[in-house]
Write a protein that binds this ligand. Structure first.
Ligand code: ASP
Ligand code: MG
Length: 424
């Protein structure tokens, strides 16, 4: 049975990191191993800048692209690999930038940003071969088939499963297969992507379709922690989580695992390990089926939130028919609702502040409703909460909305404005 390992951007950020990944792989001596790998370090962010400049200044975008190519060449040189191996990928994108008149932002985005994964993977595959590990590079766009939605491709499960069965399984029989996370292609033959941080989801798709024994996601943290280490101290590692708990955490905005990752694994009861690539021997976190676990309080902070207060113009109740209309528009504008509350004549929701989408939503709904937007908020969700943790987290904040449901409390908060006495 196959195993799927996913290595994120931080684990392949430079030559030393790629050597570390190679050590992890060679020390494990796996026979049927599929590696799903992200773009190196912050390359995806850099490619997003290439996309932005594509629309304003094509020359500048080509300069940025060349810089990214040079960065990759530094790693190739340090790994004593042929510096020309990525030329074809970079040439494709620069030709696209030079020739194309495309005005669909999302389409352009996917054609350019996918370069990051193609490049990092080829480097790793070639380095594995140089180290006498039998490996082959697989273009994930031949396997992962999506619909036409650029930047958020919806998977065509049936077609993808057929491709995995006919093309991936035979390859896995006698070598390690290195492929890309995050990217696929649609019927037109164009590249699509699955959404930022989508490589975890790719790993899960491959695991589902190969009926894998397990998935391991290798990260720069020891496992899943009780909060984001960038925001909090004194966190503890959670040794075991159920699929359900992991889904809850990622739904509320925990960035440890991409939200779409768990469902395919749960459906086939494939265990998911989250492990540290700096301490590969340590246990990490195991996510699997139902068992009874006494969880410590788990904190998830979602930044950049806004509250929308929606009221009828004629003082009538916000009733079911209104709500159904409002929710149709949320879906249409792809706005994710994180918390909601209704009173007699108003309905309030906390949403991710994607300004453009919200402005369009407000314009469309504004013909019938009064809407007030409150910005600059943070949504704190605590699962398995204790009052002491709540008290600590709301210190110095104004709580705009509080909701408790069973084991979960959600607090929409803003910073207390600092008022200083004038020198008189
Ligand atoms: N490279 C992509 C990103 O940074 C996909 C991923 O890493 O999962 O969003
Ligand atoms: Mg990443």
């Amino acid at each position: 049975m196959a195993k799927v390992f996913k290595f994120g951007g931080a684990s392949v950020k430079n030559a030393a990191a790629i050597k570390n990944v190679t050590n992890i792989i060679s020390s494990r001596n796996e026979t049927e191993l599929l590696l799903v790998v992200s773009a190196m370090g912050k390359v995806t962010n850099a490619l997003e800048k290439v996309v932005d400049t594509y629309f304003t200044d094509k020359k500048a975008s080509l300069v940025l692209l060349t810089e990214i190519h040079s960065q990759h060449k530094i790693s190739l040189k340090e790994l004593t690999l042929n510096e020309g191996i990525l030329d074809a990928f970079f040439d494709n994108v620069s030709t696209f930038i030079k020739n194309d008149q495309e005005s669909n932002f999302d389409l352009v985005y996917d054609q350019i940003v996918s370069l990051g994964e193609l490049a990092s993977n080829l480097i790793l595959a070639e380095y594995l071969k140089q180290q006498n590990i039998s490996a082959s590079w697989l273009d994930a766009r031949k396997i992962i088939k999506t619909d036409e939605t650029y930047r958020e491709g919806k998977l065509n499960w049936k077609l993808t499963e057929e491709k995995v069965q006919s093309e991936v399984l035979p390859l896995l029989k006698n070598q390690i297969v290195v492929t890309q996370g995050f990217i696929g292609s649609n019927e037109t033959g164009n590249t699509t992507t699955l959404g930022r941080e989508g490589s975890d989801y790719s790993a899960s798709i491959f695991a589902y379709c190969t009926n894998a024994e397990l998935v391991a996601i290798w990260k720069d943290v020891p496992g899943i922690l009780t909060g984001d280490p960038k925001l909090f101290e004194n966190l503890v590692k959670i040794d075991r989580l159920t699929y359900k708990e992991a889904v809850e955490m990622s739904y509320y905005g925990a960035k440890v695992i991409h939200p779409k990752t768990i469902k395919p694994l749960q459906n086939k009861q494939i265990p998911l390990y989250v492990k540290s690539f700096t301490k590969p021997e340590a246990d990490g976190t195991l996510i699997s089926g139902e068992i009874t676990i006494n969880y410590p309080p788990v904190i998830v902070v979602a930044e950049n939130q806004a509250m929308l207060h929606i009221a009828t113009k004629d003082f009538s109740f916000v009733a079911e028919d209104h709500l159904s209309k409002i929710f149709q528009l949320f879906a249409k504008h792809r706005i994710k609702v994180n918390v909601m509350r209704n009173t007699a004549i108003s309905f309030s929701v906390c949403v991710q502040d994607e300004t453009e989408r919200i402005t369009n939503f407000m314009e469309e709904l504004g013909t019938e409703f009064k809407i007030i937007k409150d910005e600059g908020l943070e949504l704190i969700t605590i699962r398995h909460y204790h009052q002491s943790v709540i008290n600590e987290l709301v210190k110095g904040k104004i709580v705009v909305l509080e909701e408790r449901i069973r084991k979960t409390i959600q607090l929409v908060v803003k910073d207390v404005p600092t008022i200083r006495r004038k020198n008189s």
